[in-house]
Ligand binder design. Structure first.
Ligand code: UDP
Length: 241
């Protein structure tokens, strides 16, 4: 297409399009974990995350939660609104797993009520540290009202996704969101929502059906992601919408 690549991350590339306020995202097959220490190319992962993320953004939009998502363009591509990404990862936790277990000693599986919301600094060379509001203010990463707004949106996304995944027989343990600022300063949900960025446990078996399969397992990630897509009512392998 000959369009300029604005950014290349671990899982996605971002390209300009002919429209100045629209970008094209390409989902890659690469999987990374532990801050890039574990890295592999998993064929088909890009397509699966693109399909799942598109479907989830659509379901969120149907429930009144706007995002940068415009439409799915192809197997591995999405069109999105151009936003300036706020350099914070907003994590919502319904159940203790992962870093909160290591940090606090809470038992894995503890129900967190109300859900815990955390902010992490998107800064690979610092290892994406957990920040409090004073840190965020000092670093001038977001205004206090923007933090409130991100928390409110994160709670709304959580309520909506808890229902979506419960209908698919899955417990939404935790997930990570990113937000962007539109040119007129409005905050909007951005990045992706996929099994790369959520922990999902099967309600019957307790099995992990998410990136923990890659973090701690020895394969089978594509089968697991395909299962998530199917449970969300997605299209079968290779079939185009
Ligand atoms: N997460 C993510 N990107 C990151 C860090 C975390 O998508 O860079 C997601 C992760 O998949 C999980 C949630 O955020 O669903 C909470 O992750 P946690 O802080 O427990 O870190 P982990 O133990 O996964 O490194």
């Amino acid at each position: 297409m000959g369009q300029r690549c604005l950014y290349e991350g671990k899982a996605k590339q971002v390209f300009e399009t002919e429209e100045p306020d629209v970008l094209r995202i390409v989902y890659k097959d690469e999987a990374t974990a532990f801050n890039g220490e574990k890295k592999e190319v998993l064929e088909g992962k890009g397509r699966l995350n693109n399909e799942i993320s598109s479907r989830l953004f659509q379901l969120l939009q149907e429930k009144g939660i706007q995002s940068h998502f415009v439409r799915r363009l192809s197997d591995t591509e999405q069109l999105v609104r151009r936003v300036d990404i706020v350099p914070l990862e907003v994590v919502v936790r319904n159940t203790a797993a992962g870093s909160i277990v290591r940090r606090t000693g809470l038992a894995r599986g503890t129900v967190l009520q109300p859900p815990v919301i955390e902010f992490y600094y998107k800064q690979d060379d610092l290892g994406d540290p957990l920040l409090n509001e004073a840190h965020i203010a000092q670093l001038q990463l977001a205004w206090p009202w923007e933090l409130r707004s991100m928390e409110d949106m994160a709670r709304a996304v959580n309520s909506a996704l808890l229902d979506v995944f419960a209908d698919a027989g899955l417990d939404l343990v935790d997930f990570k969101l990113e937000f962007g600022r539109t040119p007129d300063g409005e905050l909007m949900l951005a990045d992706e929502v996929s099994p790369d960025t959520c922990r999902l446990w099967d309600q019957e078996t307790g099995e992990s059906l998410d990136k923990d399969v890659f973090r701690f397992g020895d394969g089978g990630l594509q089968d697991v992601y395909e299962q998530i897509l199917q449970r969300l009512g997605g299209t079968p392998d290779g079939e185009n919408v």
